[in-house]
Design a protein around this ligand. Structure first.
Ligand code: FAD
Length: 517
């Protein structure tokens, strides 16, 4: 029997979900096709069109759905993202730290923060255990040009043009993965006796039936929200940001360096993201309207751009995006599951939205229910896991704010108040004062943020964990730590001299694409 999956929405969530499901279930030129994927997109509702920073998971996603890295880099003006660089988060004085994608050296063998605090307070934690910050400072690529696609010297994700990414996914899904595409505005939901969705009705009168309906309709949330009225849980009392101003800015010249990281610069009532693509930068100010207004936020954004001589700072007209930070109470209801912004969105810090889309779609694709009875069980599991993930995201993002020493505005002060901090995070921070986060931090197999990420943020922000008493194991580890530290010094030097700049790497790749056309 055939399973019909109907996806409503053709933004990044819709097309990534279509690609991930179709790639696993579609067999080209075969009569054994037991899953059909149809994507319906309104001609009247625009995509969000932001969302330009990804995690390293995107490499696996692209590879699995069959897109070549060269094609992707070329079609999406994409570049490499190796880290987030946080500027001014600790005390607002232009100080910075990195949260790189590469784990600390010896991760899993020894708990490096314990050794770092005992030996070297002179060097910051990230530089002591990892080469990636030094590489980012020089705008270098994470790999050598002769390396295979998706392979790396240092772990990486991407910065991409969101509109071009949607276009590439659309074309690939339809032409290579057999996804049916229907342009039409969904205005009606037809229910079965058991209250499942049996079909959706378009404004032109067409009806589309299905077994599983995936709501990727963005903030409209037409199935999970409008139809099923699944409650939305606001998290604004924890994460205050609710508005973004986004602008695209040209480079001052064609050889301006392309940064290897997303730069997140703290502001009085929010922060500014800065994402470097091949041909421009995507810059935006995300802030809380409870603490500032759009005029002041725009002023700070324009000043940020104008202060950078590497940018063209004329004709800046930022686009305003309002959102309520939060997520649905449940994500899979009856035969409808929400993925993307319809399921929730908190804010762009640490770029957690696309990765959650990838992980959710991958989970569904691996376990696509063939029987209605299986769907109810899978829905329960999916809801439990997804809720855990949201809690994990919210705790991790909040950690960035509560560790700050900034006191230049109510915004930063309110972030540190206990009433705004989830109990799970308060517990974790209390524990981390006595022991560094390590491999026993969670017993989840599918955690989003490893203890390595927590270490980078905690010690990047100057957090203090009480030193442990000297132990036998600690003493025996001395030789190991010395070796690991030497390896980091050596690999930093080696990579600094061997890796090309992002611009050199990308020009070479793009030249090859041009020659192939
Ligand atoms: C300021 C900002 C910055 C962000 N930065 C990042 C980042 O760096 N990294 C990251 O991972 N994420 C980021 N995100 C999140 C990211 O943009 C979204 O997760 C991503 O774009 C997915 O959006 P979506 O596909 O769910 O919704 P949308 O892009 O809004 O797509 C919705 C789709 O539904 C369709 N639709 C709506 N109503 C109907 C209807 N009635 N009938 C038929 N179709 C309909 C629309 O036509 C559209 O195709 C950011 C978000 C914001 C707001």
């Amino acid at each position: 029997m055939k399973t019909n999956v109907v996806i409503v929405g053709g933004g990044t969530a819709g097309w990534l979900t279509a690609g991930i499901i179709a790639a696993r279930h579609f067999i080209k030129n075969s009569s054994i096709q037991n899953t059909e994927v149809t994507l319906v997109e309104s001609p009247d509702v625009k995509n969000l069109g932001v969302g330009e920073g990804t995690w390293p998971t995107m490499r696996d996603t692209l590879r699995q759905i069959g897109i070549s890295e060269r094609e992707f880099l070329s079609c999406c003006d994409a570049s490499f993202k190796q880290a987030s660089k946080f500027v001014g988060w600790l005390n607002g004085k232009n100080e910075h730290y990195y949260h790189p994608f590469t784990a600390p050296s010896g991760y899993g063998m020894a708990n490096m923060p314990e050794h770092w605090s005992a030996r070297s307070n002179a060097l910051n934690f990230e530089s002591w255990v990892c080469a990636q910050g030094a590489i980012c400072e020089q705008n270098l690529a994470p790999k050598l040009p002769q390396m295979p696609e998706y392979a790396f010297s240092l772990n990486y994700g991407y910065h991409l043009n969101a509109a071009k990414f949607v276009k590439l996914l659309h074309q690939h899904c339809v032409e290579k993965l057999g996804v049916n595409y229907i342009q039409g505005h969904v205005e009606q939901v037809i229910s079965a006796e058991n209250n499942d969705i049996s079909a959706i009705g378009l404004t032109n009168g067409e009806r589309i039936t299905g077994d599983l309906f995936i709501d990727c309709s963005g903030f409209a949330a037409i199935l999970i929200g409008k139809h099923y009225q699944v409650p939305f849980k606001s998290k604004q009392h924890i994460l205050f940001n609710d508005t973004a101003l986004a602008v695209q800015v040209d480079y001052a010249s064609s050889d301006t360096p392309i940064a290897s990281c997303t730069v997140a610069t703290a502001q009085k009532s929010g922060w500014i993201w800065d994402i470097s693509l091949q041909n421009r930068r995507g810059i935006g100010h995300v802030f809380s309207s409870d603490f500032t207004n759009a005029e002041q936020a725009e002023e700070a954004l324009i000043k940020y751009v104008q202060n950078d001589p590497l940018l063209v700072s004329q004709n800046l007209t930022p686009r305003k995006i309002k959102f309520t930070p939060g997520h649905r109470e449940t994500f899979w209801h009856k035969n409808c599951v929400a993925i993307g912004v319809s399921a929730g969105f908190v804010e762009p810090l640490e770029a957690t939205a696309l990765v959650l889309i990838e992980k959710s779609a991958e989970w569904i694709s691996q376990q696509l229910p063939r029987e209605r009875s299986a769907m109810t069980i899978l829905a329960k599991r999916f809801n439990k896991l997804t809720l855990q993930r949201w809690q994990e995201i919210i705790d991790f993002l909040k950690l960035h704010y509560l560790l700050s020493n900034r006191s230049d505005s109510n915004y930063w002060q309110e972030h540190k108040k206990a009433a705004s901090i989830p109990e799970s995070l308060q517990d974790a921070v209390t524990l981390w004062r006595t022991q560094a986060p390590g491999l026993y931090e969670t017993n989840q197999r599918f955690e989003l943020f490893s203890s390595a990420s927590k270490q980078y943020v905690l010690y990047g922000m100057g957090f203090n964990t009480e030193p442990k008493e000297a132990t036998m194991i600690g003493k025996n580890e001395a030789a190991l730590i010395k070796r690991l530290r030497n390896e980091t010094v050596h690999s930093t030097e080696k990579l600094l001299s061997a890796l090309p700049t992002n611009r050199q790497f990308l020009s070479r790749v793009l030249q090859k694409v041009n020659l192939a056309l």
